[in-house]
Design a protein around this ligand. Structure first.
Ligand code: SAM
Length: 343
């Protein structure tokens, strides 16, 4: 058994889970203001000096890959495409041995232009967030009229070979909840893989309401009105999405088309969680919903060597809780909103 702090050990927690999937937030800023994520006026952004430099991010990713067994790195934010050094950070991660799988979660604005350079830098895949195909609803939901940019970004990603291109959609009651079949039709027609995410209590405004959340069961019911969904024979492993095969449809690789549902609230998957998170200001979080963080930026800037950084990271993950506890009466929403954690 690996003990926390043991040289060479991976990111093991006291429940025996091993984190191999690193989510790196590159900025807390965003060019959209999705109503379920951020207020219209934005937030108090992280002060510039607190944000890790490109070299500091690169070093922590290297420590995670070389010393801690991380095999997948996903860049997120905020909006990661706003980070000027993104291609350089991707290229540095792609040069590591063993080479991690590299992916990006983005709102897609600017992706039409950046997909090629990011692919050339070594990015493997993208997830693009898209909650509606109606341009007025998009403007209402994101407070920006940018739907054409997102659609162009999706197409650009597919053209650049960043596949399978996945779409993340959050459904909200009375806002876009009638769009589930239409979003799936769109994804199937373009060869994108759609994932619905249950809305989580991570908004900056703290206005999440369980009753307003569209549950995984409701999403599946709505899809079943138009599609036949079959159990996916491929094992889920630590993946957040439960997936189904969409009967009669084919993916761009010739295999069966899939749709996924991430039921973080009603179908939690914490027992299989393999994620560790690094915020843009260098804090390790063991869970999206953690109320504790471990400061790697201070350790790094104080001159720690790689072994010490790895030791601190292991210790942070050892304390990961068994579950997110949303259903626990004592649940407290973390102070950091989703945009500053990295979804
Ligand atoms: N800006 C990028 C984007 O739009 O994908 C990356 C960051 S964004 C926080 C990552 C994902 O989190 C998006 O798919 C967004 O819809 C989702 N998200 C934000 N707030 C959420 C919430 N309260 N519950 C569920 N998903 C949320």
């Amino acid at each position: 058994m690996t003990i926390a702090g043991e040289p060479g050990g991976g990111l093991v927690d006291r429940y025996g889970r091993v984190a191999t999937d690193l989510r790196v937030s590159l900025t807390d800023r965003c060019n959209l203001r999705c109503t379920y994520c951020m207020p219209a006026e934005g937030l108090a952004w992280l002060p510039g000096p607190d944000v890790l430099t490109d070299d500091e991010v690169g070093r922590l990713i290297r420590v995670a890959v070389e010393r801690l067994g991380v095999t997948e790195v996903r860049f997120t934010g905020g909006e990661p495409l706003l980070r000027p050094g993104l291609p350089r950070i991707v290229a540095a991660a792609a040069a590591l041995t063993p080479r991690p799988t590299l992916s990006l979660t983005t709102n897609g604005i600017g992706l039409a232009r950046l997909a090629g350079p990011l692919r050339a830098a070594g990015l493997d895949r993208v997830n693009v967030s898209l909650d509606t195909l109606d341009s007025d609803r998009f403007a209402q939901l994101t407070r920006r009229r940018r739907l054409p940019d997102v659609l162009a970004g999706l197409a650009g990603a597919a053209d650049a070979g960043l596949g399978p291109v996945k779409i993340n959609a959050v459904l909200m009651r009375g806002v876009n909840d009638t769009e589930a079949p239409e979003l799936l039709r769109f994804a199937l027609a373009h060869g994108y893989e759609l994932r619905f995410i249950e809305q989580m209590p991570l908004d900056a405004q703290h206005s999440w309401d369980r009753a307003a959340m569209i549950t995984a069961a409701e999403i599946l019911d709505r899809l079943a009105a138009e599609f036949i969904l079959l159990p996916d024979p491929v094992a889920r492993g630590g993946a957040p999405a439960e997936t189904w095969l969409v009967d009669g449809f084919t993916a761009p690789d010739g295999g069966p088309a899939r749709v996924g549902v991430i039921g973080s609230v009603t179908r939690p998957f914490c027992g299989d969680c393999d994620r560790t998170r690094l915020t843009a200001d260098g804090q390790v979080r063991a869970c999206l919903f953690a109320t504790e963080e471990s400061d790697l930026r201070g350790t790094l800037r104080a001159g720690a060597d790689d072994a010490e950084l790895a030791r601190r990271w292991r210790a942070a993950m050892w304390g990961k809780r068994a579950g997110h506890g949303i259903d626990d009466p004592s649940f407290l929403q973390p102070a950091r909103p989703m945009s500053a954690i990295g979804g």
